[in-house]
Design a protein around this ligand. Structure first.
Ligand code: A3P
Ligand code: MG
Length: 349
């Protein structure tokens, strides 16, 4: 089974949505809609979700979609909806042909936009074709002026087949050192992609699918003490104390790099950094599939292994959440077992 068309549509959809988010990012208020500490939201989340779903519905009308946002807030507040609509109708790819022939052109009206946003309400599950969308992953990073990612994955019968991550604030250069710093914005913007069984690639976000991607691969490390690892900026998303103990037991001396969003998966997949740990803080939190689907495939296709802290593969067929998993360990396949063992010692699981 070839997923060439799905990959092309996903890359162009992410490229166009990322373009919308960049406009919001450039604004000092960052389009904040809600500052809720648990899950802040910006107008960029709604706009990017509408544009991605428009492209998916045009090309794959029967596929289901699991997306993070819903339009209820916009339906209650027309000036907010108008604001999002202005962004959505004004955002196109430079390539007119791709915009029209692949993405299906613009959304026709504000009402259509609201309906599209609400098409991301699938329950997910173990059968059929289901897309997972996180329009702005790492919203807290976005609001701080840091890293964020536009994320899209296709699952078929619960298995991720296509993954695309648009990271507007990561360096284009795959050889750049691991850092969450966005500098002055020069040389930034990369899109990571993978298709199951076909490897992972990166290319500049601005050229999107119009240019061949470059193969990426995880760093080959044998000595774990030389590894560098990354984790969430938010202490509420991943236990940083446990991570420090794990690093110490592995003999890692370099401080962890803290970075928001699935940009962490993309970074280690291209060998900028080696290990991504996401260690449960609360016993009850269930990870969301849109926070991991694309990254999980990209890392595995780049030569990595991704499991939870109990060593189980992430189960994307369970529904909208990874209810059957706890935490995430992403590392080069050759050393994943070693890392897992130490994680389990420290967490006593
Ligand atoms: N208590 C918690 N534990 C783990 N992840 C959480 C969490 N609360 C929120 N998140 C998720 O963490 C994501 C960001 O991950 P990271 O810390 O790697 O940047 C958020 O995505 P959004 O920013 O799309 O809401 C959100 O879904
Ligand atoms: Mg997210």
């Amino acid at each position: 089974m070839s997923y060439a068309k799905e990959l092309l549509v996903a890359q162009l959809a992410v490229q166009r949505a990322a373009r919308l988010t960049k406009q919001v990012f450039a604004d000092s208020a960052k389009g904040t809609v809600s500052k809720s500490d648990a899950s802040p939201v910006t107008i960029g989340d709604f706009g990017a979700q509408a544009l991605i779903i428009a492209a998916l519905k045009k090309n794959f009308p029967d596929d289901e979609i699991v997306a993070e946002e819903e339009a209820a807030k916009l339906r209650e507040d027309d000036s907010l909806a108008e604001h999002v609509w202005n962004l959505v109708k004004g955002t196109r790819l430079d390539d007119e042909k791709a915009e029209k022939e692949v993405l299906g052109g613009s959304v026709q009206s504000k009402d259509e936009m609201l309906d599209l946003i609400d098409k991301g309400d699938s329950k997910g599950g173990r059968s059929g074709r289901i897309w997972a969308i996180d329009p702005i992953d790492g919203t807290k990073g976005f609001l701080r002026g840091g890293q964020y990612a536009v994320c899209l994955g296709l699952m078929v019968d619960g298995d991720v087949k296509v993954g695309v991550l648009g990271c507007p604030n990561l360096p284009v250069d795959d050889a750049a050192e691991l850092s969450a710093d966005i500098g002055n914005g020069e040389g930034r913007g990369v899109i990571f992609s993978a298709v199951q069984g076909e490897g992972a690639t990166s290319r500049p976000l601005t050229t999107g699918a119009l240019e061949e991607g470059k193969r990426i691969g995880m760093k080959k490390i044998t000595d774990l003490s030389a590894a560098s690892f990354c984790e969430s900026v938010e202490a509420g998303h991943s236990n940083q104390g446990d991570a420090a103990q794990i690093a110490q037991k592995l003999g890692i001396t370099r401080p962890s790099v803290r970075m928001d969003s699935q940009a962490k998966y993309g970074s280690i997949a291209r060998g900028a950094g080696d290990i991504y740990l996401r260690l449960p803080v609360s016993k009850t939190y269930q990870e969301k599939i849109w926070d991991h689907a694309a990254g999980d495939l990209i890392v595995r296709e780049a030569g990595g292994q991704v499991t939870d802290v109990l060593g189980r593969r992430l189960d994307f067929g369970h529904g909208r959440t990874l209810a059957e998993n706890k935490g995430v360990i992403a590392a080069p396949a050759a050393v994943h077992d070693q890392v897992l063992k130490v994680v389990q010692e420290v967490l006593s699981v």
